[in-house]
Design a protein around this ligand. Structure first.
Ligand SMILES: Nc1ncnc2c1ncn2[C@@H]1O[C@H](COP(=O)(O)OP(=O)(O)OP(=O)(O)O)[C@@H](O)[C@H]1O
Length: 216
């Protein structure tokens, strides 16, 4: 089992979001978290991350990129925790051919090969979002936790990139607002609302109409 919460109380200072949440996510599952704005998707993702921080590739909604640094540098930041400090300093100042090639390959997969040495503050919202997801992928960890990772991309690009990201991870939990994308890419859907889990079922058993009820 990868994640387990039992009667967990989750929230923020002065705000309980889930008074008593029980949930198990097994190794190998690809889970979509759905629910209206404020339902607690980000709160739940943060609680899951706390359980397995060292194994999680983390893609927060805000992105947390360093805008004045290049796409290369922001992607490379995913490698910081796994490399020695001296290697990191060298790669940030004078990247090795090997690192240039592997970050370059990832940039190509993200459709950002022409922007590798452009600073992030000169990118579009969708391009910056691809960098944020790429940085999480570059951590090369087995579990992906991502909060609306493709919300600024068009339908086709979002589908391709989400599939690519899920394919690189054994287990994933992804907060999404696009119900169709959730059904297409994930094998389990968890619907949140009213401070609890309103729906938890295999994607193959659900229709868009079933998911609509979460938003009514
Ligand atoms: N840092 C915080 N401090 C206090 N309350 C917070 C904080 N972050 C979120 N909340 C509150 O917790 C509740 C759940 O928020 P959360 O961000 O988890 O929802 P969400 O489903 O991810 O929403 P969205 O789809 O808009 O991103 C909301 O009522 C929100 O106001």
């Amino acid at each position: 089992m990868t994640f387990h919460l039992e009667n967990a109380r989750l929230g923020h200072p002065g705000q309980v979001v889930f008074a008593s949440l029980s949930l198990t996510i097994a190794d190998g599952e690809k889970v979509a978290l759905l629910g209206p704005s404020g339902a607690g998707k980000s709160t739940l993702l943060a609680a899951l991350r706390q359980q397995q921080e060292a194994s999680c590739a983390w893609c927060p909604q805000a992105g947390d990129l360093v805008p004045m640094l290049s796409v290369f540098h922001n992607l490379y930041m995913g490698a910081l925790p796994r490399n020695p400090t001296l290697t990191n300093l060298r790669n940030l100042i004078w990247p090795s051919a090997r690192e240039k090639s592997s970050v370059g390959e990832l940039a190509r997969e993200l459709g950002l090969q022409d922007k590798l040495f452009t600073s992030v503050d000169q990118l579009s919202g969708g391009q910056a979002q691809r960098v944020a997801l790429g940085r999480a992928l570059y951590t090369q960890r087995p579990i992906l936790l991502a909060d609306e990772p493709v919300s600024s991309l068009d339908e086709h690009q979002g589908l391709a990139l989400l599939r690519q990201a899920l394919g690189r991870h054994h287990t994933a939990v992804v907060a999404l607002h696009d119900r169709e994308l959730a059904l297409q890419c994930c094998d389990r859907i968890i619907g949140l609302g009213d401070g609890k889990i309103l729906l938890d079922a295999p994607a193959s058993t659900l229709s868009l109409g079933d998911l609509d009820t979460l938003y009514q």
